[in-house]
Design a protein around this ligand. Structure first.
Ligand code: DC
Length: 220
């Protein structure tokens, strides 16, 4: 059997995980799975159905028949919900908090983790999320925990959303990031946590090139 390379990138919102994961995927020519997109699409489904994202009974009503597909088109991940490409829609600010809420439900996590393990099963890949090193891929070859101060993370998200044309207020964005941090790290099942064997990288004072170089130096 050919040995595959598995890389886990975890950390809070806005820490730069997805940018780093995309770069790693290119440089190492391996698959990138953005697991946050899957929780976001599940949250979008609940919003569409008018189901409260914290109501486990309501969510149980659709989770097992969820029509969620991850496809790779021109090298980039596309997220399909009910046959529709929702890759842009799931980035809308109101979906972020809904995703954080719905991700606290055990029935949702079990479903997502099963899909993630299946996608990652037989290929070399880098997965980014909150519980990759601690729960989804506990035997990953490399685990990194990427973080940065709340102010730096809020600043990065603010820029990113502004560039996409969203009109956001910096202070509300920072507050939302703090709330999501709290939510994501305090949920009962598979919370955001640094795996014991993960390498911690604080990117507050680093640019993307420096972070990629640091991660690559560990892998090489
Ligand atoms: O990475 P992101 O901001 O797109 O993730 C959206 C939400 O999904 C995040 O607030 C928590 C949840 N999430 C999770 O619980 N576990 C993951 N592996 C990835 C995301």
């Amino acid at each position: 059997m050919i040995k595959t390379l598995k890389i886990a990138l975890d950390g809070p919102s806005g820490s730069g995980k997805s940018t780093i994961a995309k770069r790693l995927s290119k440089e190492l020519d391996i698959l990138y799975l953005d697991t946050g997109a899957m929780y976001r699409a599940t949250a979008l489904k609940a919003l569409k159905l008018n189901v409260d994202t914290l109501d486990e009974t309501g969510v149980l009503g659709f989770i097992n028949d969820l029509d969620l597909n991850i496809k790779y088109e021109n090298g980039s991940q596309q997220t399909y919900l009910d046959g529709e490409n929702v890759s842009e829609k799931i980035r809308e600010p109101q979906v972020s908090m809904a995703a954080s809420n719905i991700s606290s439900l055990k029935c949702v996590r079990l479903k997502m983790v099963e899909m993630q393990r299946k996608i990652a099963e037989s290929v070399s890949c880098v997965l980014d999320g909150r519980d990759i090193g601690s729960f989804v891929l506990p035997n990953a070859d490399f685990k990194f925990y990427i973080t940065a101060s709340v102010d730096v993370r809020a600043e990065r998200r603010f820029k990113e959303l502004k560039e996409k044309g969203f009109n956001v207020d910096f202070n509300s964005l920072k507050k939302e990031i703090e709330e999501r941090d709290y939510n994501d790290s305090h949920r009962e099942f598979a919370p955001l946590v640094k795996a014991k064997d993960a390498i911690l990288i604080d990117t507050s004072n680093m640019n993307i090139e420096q972070v990629v170089a640091c991660v690559m130096s560990h892998i090489k």
